[in-house]
Design a protein around this ligand. Structure first.
Ligand code: MRU
Length: 337
């Protein structure tokens, strides 16, 4: 895997500015934590696990940017981070883990506190890398040689600290010698499928075909899709799953056409604090992301816009969860796979 979404370089963070892909591969070196928060908000770094890792580095960098160790200040930064992209639970999970570590450091020197926080952020990064491998290994068992997979948004190396979740399954299949064909939803409005997943899969030499989001049902009706695999931003205790807008429609289509529907996600995406998907906060994006595209306005001035970044797929539409520890059944009966 050649692509790495983000990387610690000393007291700085180097990240791929994903808003510039696929046209340009731009690496940004950031040494001020406020600029990393800005990058998270602008989706320069994105994908639930990757923004969790970035958030962890933000807290380490905030401690390094300051002259004295100030836990109260780190807590304020943590709150700002949580609000930056509220749906992905990995972000608040990483913030809480870093702040718990930070709370232990009151008696130590500033240098030791700073070092400890960088080490903790790197541990979060490394754990995500490992969880991606485990998801890939477990998920690959569900896919046969010559199968065709449909995926949505971007869940690969650009979205995580490792090979990815849903895309990690595909990469692992390929590494095991399985010939996999992938259809990629373009994923309106920000085109993470077209810009990022198509780019990643082509880099890896995977047989990939890009489709408009609205083509998925037609492909399933023709029997051309064997599996749908998506990632997740937050999974409630009952299994209801928030993921990129359009995921719910895909799950409904998959059920109608008897295509198994899998959610691939690390343990950091499971939110045991909320009972069901009704409680998941859905981030809303600005109108301009819908009314403009392709370098020009694509809708009339003055039109009202509704742009939720995510939707919630009820667990009854999910066949299996592919996690780093196990394949867990969702709520879809076995006869519907
Ligand atoms: O708005 P984005 O690009 O951050 O949304 C990303 C997704 O919805 C992914 O499917 C999800 O975060 C899982 S990434 C492994």
């Amino acid at each position: 895997m050649k692509v790495q979404a983000l990387e610690r370089v000393g007291d700085r963070l180097r990240l791929i500015d994903q808003t510039r892909l696929p046209g340009e591969l731009v690496l940004k070196n950031i040494d001020n934590y406020k600029d990393v928060i800005r990058a998270i908000k602008r989706l320069e770094v994105r994908g639930a696990p990757a923004i969790g890792i970035a958030a962890a580095y933000v807290l380490a960098m905030a401690a390094s940017n300051a002259e004295r160790y100030d836990l109260a200040y780190l807590r304020i930064v943590g709150e700002e981070l949580k609000g930056a992209r509220p749906t992905a639970v990995n972000l608040s999970w990483a913030v809480d883990r870093m702040l718990t570590r930070a709370a232990d450091l009151s008696g130590v020197s500033v240098e030791e506190a700073q070092t400890t926080l960088w080490v903790e952020a790197e541990a979060i990064h490394e754990e995500d890398r490992r969880m991606c491998m485990q998801i890939g290994q477990l998920g690959s068992g569900l896919i046969n040689d010559s199968d065709t997979v449909l995926t949505h948004c971007n869940t690969g190396a650009l979205a995580t600290g490792g090979i990815g979740t849903a895309l990690g399954v595909i990469y692992t299949c390929r590494n095991l010698g399985k010939r996999i064909r992938v259809f990629v939803d373009e994923t309106r409005p920000l085109l993470q499928g077209a810009r990022l997943t198509a780019w990643e899969l082509l880099q890896e030499g995977i047989d990939t075909t890009l489709i408009c989001d609205s083509t998925a049902g037609f492909l399933m009706k023709q029997g051309k899709i064997d599996h749908v695999i998506v990632g997740a931003d937050r999974i409630a205790r009952n299994g209801d799953t928030a993921n990129k807008i359009g995921t719910y429609s895909l799950a409904v289509l998959a059920k109608e056409h008897n295509v198994p529907f899998y959610v691939a996600a690390p343990s950091s995406t499971f939110d045991d604090e909320i009972e069901s998907g009704d409680r998941i906060v859905i981030e809303e994006r600005v109108a301009g992301e819908v009314t403009s595209g392709f370098g020009k306005r694509t809708a009339p001035e003055g039109i009202a816009v509704y742009s939720p970044a995510f939707d919630v797929t009820p667990v009854r539409l999910i066949s299996f969860f592919i996690t780093n520890g196990e394949i867990k059944p969702g709520g879809r009966p076995p006869d519907l796979r």
